[in-house]
Design a binder for this molecule. Structure first.
Ligand SMILES: [Zn+2]
Length: 259
């Protein structure tokens, strides 16, 4: 799971393919598809210098006290972990393992698998899920899990040697592939021409709300690394700019008729 592209820039790019995502089995198989279908070259007007994507410095307030507050008050279900200190500046002073998020009615949305992150991110993710995503699920059903998740990982951006440190390396980023409801409905991040209106509208809500709550949102259409999953983080940038790159226009277009 990767994150900020080397030349990420605000704007839209068209995904060149439509994935058939009938469920988790489908998106588990789409990596192979991605290998076979080249994406279009970045348009010349998007080959501009990258915006400032200086990685966050660990927040001094993201300490034991904040973590205790988050675990006690914010309906974040998880466990405090010992400090993580890895080579190259990787680590989290007061990490937690986010297992689930408790909704307003007491129902739990589990993370599958549980994710190690810093407390401020866990709090932001919990707020997003509780206040924006869960209420958008149809009545009679409810959000049950966030699947294909990833968090802390000591590595550079997009795992490119010599690149800046990833937000994952300081526990400030979350990756996810799909959301599942109690009744088994899947909201898969990877777009498909077969997506129902429900899935498309839910995806649109996810994008709209994530791009407000998180400073970086990278999904399908952003670059080669995010064709199958969504990356969100709380990177701090000098100009306060948000990166919001997630498109699925091609998947929404009608498929060419075959006669
Ligand atoms: Zn990521």
């Amino acid at each position: 799971m990767r994150d900020v592209p080397p030349a990420a820039i605000e704007g839209t790019r068209i995904c060149s393919r439509a994935l058939v995502s009938l469920g988790l089995m489908a998106f588990a198989c789409t990596s192979a598809i991605a290998e076979q279908v080249p994406l279009p070259a970045r348009p010349p007007d998007l080959a501009a210098p990258a915006p400032d994507t200086t990685p966050s410095q660990p927040n001094a307030d993201d300490n034991d006290a904040l973590r205790a507050q988050v675990l006690a008050i914010r309906h974040v279900i998880g466990e405090a972990l010992p400090p993580i200190t890895d080579k190259g500046g990787c680590g989290i002073e007061a990490p937690l393992r986010l297992d689930a998020i408790m909704l307003a009615d007491g129902a739990k949305v589990t993370l599958s698998p549980p994710v190690v992150m810093r407390a401020s991110l866990a709090s932001a993710v919990a707020d997003w899920v509780r206040d924006d995503l869960a209420p958008a699920v149809a009545k009679g059903d409810q959000l049950a899990s966030i699947e294909g998740t990833g968090g802390y990982q000591c590595r550079s951006r997009d795992s490119i040697a010599g690149a800046k440190l990833s937000e994952h390396a300081i526990g400030n980023a979350l990756d996810l592939h799909a959301l599942r409801t109690e009744q088994g409905k899947l909201f898969v991040i990877a777009p498909s021409k077969d997506d129902s209106d429900d899935v498309r509208s839910f995806r649109a809500l996810m994008k709209k709300t994530a791009c407000v709550r998180f400073s970086t949102v990278l999904g399908p259409g952003a670059d080669l690394y995010h064709q199958e999953h969504l990356h969100i983080d709380l990177a701090v940038r000098r100009n306060g700019m948000h990166l919001c790159q997630w498109t699925w226009q091609d998947a929404e277009a009608p498929a060419p008729a075959k006669r």
